[in-house]
Write a protein that binds this ligand. Structure first.
Ligand code: ATP
Ligand code: MG
Length: 180
């Protein structure tokens, strides 16, 4: 499985609809500070179901919608689609290509689509579970995350390692069981 294409419209600094094509192998995105590089990885995490506006570097979810700039009106809808090559059927769907879309409006509507058909957030999460690309996996390491590991307190560092090892959910379950 690999990411073939991202389509963005009205998402953060991407006011106009834009398509970014990726080939297998390594892709580097370069550009000056503030040009929108991190907004691309935010877009990927957003489609995968990120629910925390703060982790997308905003105060509320509406902040992912293009807010307007000189000469460009604000938008009322943000929409991002990830197109994945699924020829290896790592995503358990019988399609060579799978698209996942998330859309949010200023009025607060939030929708997910799989191959253009409406679906639930749960369906998106289930699709990527155990593929290494889920919302909470380590396929995407944000700016500052590396520093958190290198110079963080031992407890914080342990939490990151436990999350990566998949131990955290068992620790949480143990805590729940002990409370009963
Ligand atoms: P750096 O090299 O500093 O990490 P970057 O290329 O990663 O920079 P981003 O953080 O992706 O840059 O982009 C930041 C830009 O996106 C800022 O100019 C900010 O104003 C713009 N931006 C973020 N959210 C919105 C929004 N909702 N509407 C319009 N612009 C936005
Ligand atoms: Mg950045």
């Amino acid at each position: 499985m690999h990411l073939k294409r991202i389509e963005l419209a009205g998402f953060k600094s991407f006011a106009k609809r834009i398509e970014l094509d990726f080939r297998p192998g390594v892709t580097a995105v370069v550009g000056p500070n503030g040009s929108g590089k991190s907004n691309i990885s935010d877009a990927v995490r957003w489609v995968l179901g990120e629910q925390s506006a703060k982790s997308l570097r905003g105060a509320k979810m509406e902040d992912v919608i293009f807010a307007g700039s000189e000469g460009e009106n604000h938008r009322n809808v943000a929409e991002v689609t990830l197109v994945l090559d699924n020829r290896d059927e790592q995503l358990r769907l019988p399609y060579e290509e799978v698209s996942v879309t998330r859309r949010v409006t200023r009025s607060g509507d939030s929708d997910y689509f799989m191959n253009k058909k409406p679906c639930r957030l749960k369906d998106v999460i289930d699709l990527f579970l155990d593929t290494g690309l889920s919302r909470d996996a380590f396929a995407i390491i944000g700016q500052g995350r590396v520093e958190q590991v290198i110079s963080g307190k031992p407890e914080d560092r342990r939490a990151v390692i436990e999350e990566a090892a998949g131990v955290l959910k068992y620790r949480q379950r143990k805590k729940q069981a002990e409370r009963k």
